[in-house]
Design a protein around this ligand. Sequence first.
Ligand SMILES: [Zn+2]
Length: 167
Amino acid sequence: MLRARSSCMPNRCAAAMEPPVIHPLFLHDFETFDAERKRVANLEDVKAFQAKWFSKGGWPEWQKPDEWAEISAYARRNRDLAEAATERDCAPKMVSYALEPEARYQYSKTLAVIDEVLFPQMHDEPRKLGSSLWHLSCDYCLISTWSEGSIYCPICGRALVYSWLGD
Ligand SMILES: [Zn+2]
């Protein structure tokens, strides 16, 4: 179960890594956020949910070259670890918002949930990795794979999230 770290300030948290990363509202009340996410069923729900939980216009992004260098080095290191652990092809994945890792993961998972609500026809087709534009990603570890295999991230154990790279 996820618990918000009480030592964090509402918007910025420097506890886990340098550079400072953003600890968004939805991690502070994750149980409510997760319960409401499960109830999103149509476009009106999506709009209300996003307005309540997500920062309008997104969050601040990695700014300085050394911040980008650090986060991309983290992604490449995890790509190497994942490939060594699974023999699957992986790629580092960059996320520009300066969110803490759990927030990155929950944000991308939420976008996938919203996609399933708004574009259900895409999900009638089998999601075939390797021969299509479907990828499985872990935005906590910043890796993505297009090889068949476990649906769990080989590094952190979270469920990988489907993302469609087409269109
Ligand atoms: Zn992971």
